[in-house]
Design a protein around this ligand. Structure first.
Ligand code: SIN
Length: 476
């Protein structure tokens, strides 16, 4: 770890597998270091301490909590290079993308530092003269989160920011594949003055074990999860027994639509950004492309020319734009979807090359039909299946024909069509002539089986607050 300059970021690391979990570099297979594992008892003790600390934390003026969050934000930015390098080492994404994620992740801390001061209640006109009605907002208590490997920092800060700003304490279990970034960002929070009991990072024996502890513990009042729909649904069921609040950011199957009146060059630029960010491993990645038959050949040719410019490799190397996929089983699943589509008549636009290790050659498949598994399943890899369509009606039906409803994208220059399609798409987020929609200032979240709740924006903090209604009677 000689390339990490601020050694305090690594102070959490443990020396061997007796005390920790080994983290490897997906680009090389090399072991990077050991992240600490907590016993069940110490996780339970941590939750008790989080509950005690939350009382004091929430009693602080919002302005004081905001000041500590601002400090944390500054430290995240000051340590951008080290955090990005650590992320590339354990996650594999290209260094420039990792730097972008540190800034993106930090933006949620800055945003919610500001929102902490704006958790306004309301006065309500009373139905009778003797009453005065008011609402106030209060933190839910101890919140917990389970976060994924694809955005090792941003998916933590997008939850920790609003939780801490609201006055909750927060216990997070990061992915076992990418825990180093999580512990490092927490270390900076402590350096900023956020108490260790208010923000805790824990790894247990397994995700299932920690998920079980979080969802069964009576002191946990909120469970937030980013990951698969299947696991999200289990966590919701487990959280139901004592009616915990939940926020779920789950799977996606984003359609990317190109109408015949689209600016094709812009559509290609948007497709590249949306499809190949993080090697196609984001919940909001374009999963399937629908292109009008009049512009199909032009779009495919230009898209392929852009894909040929991508460089696959170790994210620490200069010029690399596509890192490895997360695991051997992920690679096999992606390959099986490609093979199944090709068997059913899809055609790779350029030669399919098998790469070593966890690397995959980005590929466009043409002549794909809407009934193929590659269209209905979340690919989570650098593959772009392209389907031809003729009418808006047929297109809307195909685009909405999924259990998911997270992100969607379309390109058109016709204002009437833009409104019609934006309203017809059954998704929580719609990119219109835009392939990158994520920002801390807008509400991120899905409909249908893509989840419930919103992250970021002014809505994000409400996920960690209860509304309390106060009725003042006896007004003479
Ligand atoms: C995700 O893949 O879940 C997050 C992507 C984003 O925040 O843009």
């Amino acid at each position: 770890m000689q390339h990490i300059h601020n050694k305090s970021l690594l102070s959490f690391m443990v020396p061997n597998e007796k005390q920790g979990i080994a983290v490897t570099n997906p680009a090389t297979g090399e072991m990077i270091g050991y992240a600490p594992i907590s016993s069940e008892q110490s996780i339970l003790d941590g939750i008790e301490r989080a509950s005690i600390a939350q009382k004091e934390w929430s009693a602080m003026p919002a302005k004081s909590r905001a000041a500590l969050l601002h400090k944390w934000y500054q430290l995240l930015l000051e340590n951008k290079q080290d955090l990005a390098r650590l992320m590339t080492l354990e996650q594999g994404k290209p260094l420039a993308e990792a730097q972008g994620e540190v800034v993106y992740g930090a933006s949620f801390i800055e945003w919610f530092a500001e929102e902490a001061k704006r958790t306004y209640g309301e006065t309500i006109p009373a139905p009778s003269a003797d009453k005065r009605l008011v609402t106030i907002k209060q933190p839910v208590g101890v919140a917990c989160a389970i976060t994924p490997w694809n955005f090792p920092i941003a998916m933590i800060t997008r939850k920790a920011g609003p939780a801490l700003a609201a006055g909750c304490s927060f216990v997070v279990k990061p992915s076992e594949s990418t825990p180093l970034s999580a512990f490092a960002v927490a270390e900076l929070a402590y350096q900023a003055g956020i108490p260790r009991d208010v923000l805790q990072v824990v790894l247990g024996e397994s995700s299932r074990q920690v998920g079980g502890i979080f969802t069964s513990h009576p002191l946990i009042r909120k469970v937030s999860f980013t990951g698969s729909t299947q696991v999200g649904s289990i966590l919701m069921q487990q959280s139901a027994h004592d009616v915990k609040r939940t926020s779920m950011e789950l799977g996606g199957n984003a359609p990317f639509i190109v109408f015949d009146d689209a600016d094709i060059d812009e559509a290609v630029a948007g497709a590249m950004a949306s499809k190949f960010r993080n090697a196609g491993q984001t919940c909001v990645c374009a999963n399937r492309f629908y292109v009008h038959s009049k512009v199909y050949d032009e779009f495919v040719a230009k898209f392929d020319a852009a894909v040929q410019q991508l460089k696959v490799g170790n994210g620490l190397e200069e010029g690399v734009t596509i890192g490895p996929v997360v695991s051997e089983s992920a690679k096999q699943n992606i390959q099986a979807l490609i093979d199944g589509a090709v068997e059913q008549g899809a055609e790779p636009v350029s030669e399919l090359k098998a790469l070593d290790g966890l690397f995959m050659q980005p590929v466009i498949l043409k002549n794909v039909t809407h009934d193929m598994a590659i269209v209905s399943q979340e690919i989570f890899g650098p593959v772009a299946p392209i389907i031809r369509f003729e009418t808006d009606e047929e297109l809307i039906e195909m685009a909405n024909d999924t259990i998911y409803g997270l992100a969607s994208y379309f390109y058109s220059q016709n204002i009437h069509r833009v409104w019609k399609i934006a309203e017809a798409l059954e998704y929580g987020m719609v990119g219109i002539n835009e392939g990158l929609i994520s920002t801390e200032v807008a509400p991120f979240g899905g409909v249908k089986q893509s989840g419930i709740g919103r992250e970021g924006a002014k809505q994000g903090i409400d996920e960690y607050m209860d509304v309390k209604y106060l009725c003042f009677g006896g007004n003479k």
